[in-house]
Ligand binder design. Structure first.
Ligand SMILES: Cc1ncc(COP(=O)(O)O)c(C=O)c1O
Length: 402
């Protein structure tokens, strides 16, 4: 019995995909970037339509200038954790700016969004008396946070406040702390949570609500504060987690809260204490992107206009779409093989999207996940729609001959 036996099934599938086309859907190398929405891949210019670059800020002049200045002034890396020598003025300033933007009193910056969720959940909920309730479709980092915590974890049905209500009602009197975790917009299908109802149910049972707005920060709400702003419950969320790796076009993550106890996580959250802090350039870029997000609503308007155009075109083409219109547009396919064939076909037609297949997807669905950006030009959108039009013709032909 070898340590490596467990990889056999994955290796067989992976190798067969590679053999068929010579392309690795999970290891595409952007050989040369041509801007926020284009890259050279194996000598061919590709339109990027699976990047999470919602506001298109990765090439923003102000963010690049701020990152360069930070690099010159503060060096390439902090060489230490937030807890030790890795807190610079920029980290503190960004915490203050994020707290002020969201209207919370406290904010902690982590090295990634993954670590923000891991660090918040594991520090807040502890065995044997705390219980975590999570939406079944939560991101891996929320699941991993539960594992690291070791507290009893109960899943409730995706986006279902009644299911959450039932599970909270059944908890015994010995349970002390209850933490309910869910997301604003879900990354795979682009579906949006009933945030108001979930927060209300959590509070009715004396539970705390942790909302991950990784994909919805900058995207939803009149000011880009997320689904909870849109639903009017920003003040009611107990712990708001987010990332710099999507709308803020950098790398890093954060947790914000009105609970003063959040500050104690600086001494108890292992993913905060035992990893190096984000580099000064990353922090400066995120700060500049936040300033742009606050000052300029037109990026959000462009994002939604682009999303509407692509969603309408795909609906007209008759694709089976996983959710109502949002900047994440997932096309469902009949299985892994068809999804891979379709992904490869789009690459041949100059469009990169994310291939998502089980076990990484909800309900074992195979999808092509497209994320729209404010930076997509009309030419980019035409290229995307043309490639999907050709794909829909191919799928119809195949269905006719099946
Ligand atoms: C819902 C959700 N939370 C957290 C993360 C982690 O963010 P980061 O890339 O900053 O680690 C992701 C990343 O895709 C995500 O989709």
């Amino acid at each position: 019995m070898s340590l490596f036996d467990k990889f056999q099934n994955t290796a067989t599938l992976y190798n067969s995909l590679l053999e068929e086309t010579g392309r690795d859907p999970f290891g595409v190398s952007m050989d040369e970037m041509k801007g926020p929405t284009r890259a050279m891949v194996k000598g061919k210019e590709i339109v990027l339509a699976g990047t999470n670059n919602y506001l298109g800020l990765t090439y923003d002049d102000a963010a690049i200038a701020a990152a360069k200045e930070a690099l010159e002034q503060s060096g390439t890396g902090t060489t230490g954790s937030r807890f030790a020598n890795g807190t610079y003025a920029g980290h503190r300033q960004l915490e203050e700016d994020l707290a002020a933007f969201l209207g919370y009193k406290h904010c902690m910056v982590f090295s990634t969004g993954y670590q923000a969720n891991l660090g918040a959940i594991a520090a807040l909920a502890q065995p044997p008396h705390d219980v975590i309730l999570i939406d079944a479709d939560c991101h891996a980092c929320i699941y991993d946070g539960c594992q690291l915590s070791g507290a009893e974890t109960i899943r409730f049905r995706h986006n279902d406040p009644t299911s959450l209500d039932k599970r909270l009602s059944r908890l015994g009197d010995d349970v002390k702390g209850k933490l309910v975790c869910f997301e604003g917009m879900y990354s795979m299908f682009g579906d949006v949570a009933p945030v108001k109802e979930l927060v209300e149910v959590a509070h009715k049972h004396g539970a705390y609500a942790l909302l991950d707005e990784a994909h919805s920060f900058g995207v939803f709400g009149d000011h880009g504060r997320g689904v909870c702003e849109r639903d009017g419950v920003l003040d009611d969320v107990d712990f708001y987690t987010g990332t710099f790796s999507k709308s803020l076009a950098s790398i890093g993550g954060f947790v914000a809260s009105n609970h003063p106890e959040l500050e104690f996580l600086r001494f108890s959250s292992r993913p905060y204490m035992f990893t190096a802090s984000p580099s000064p350039a990353n922090i400066a870029a995120a700060s500049a992107a936040l300033a742009r997000l606050k000052a300029d609503d037109s990026m959000r308007t462009a994002l939604w206009d682009n999303a509407k155009r692509v969603h309408a075109a795909f609906t007209q083409l008759g694709f089976d779409l996983a959710a109502p219109m949002s900047p994440v547009i997932a096309v469902k396919l009949s299985g892994r093989e068809e999804a891979f064939m379709a992904w490869n076909f789009l690459m041949e037609h100059g469009v990169y999207v994310n291939l998502a297949i089980p076990p990484g997807t909800p309900n074992a669905t195979s999808i092509l996940r497209l994320s729209v950006s404010a930076a997509h030009t009309n030419e980019d959108l035409d290229a995307i729609i043309n490639a999907y039009t050709a794909l829909s013709e191919l799928l119809s032909e195949k269905a006719a001959h099946a």
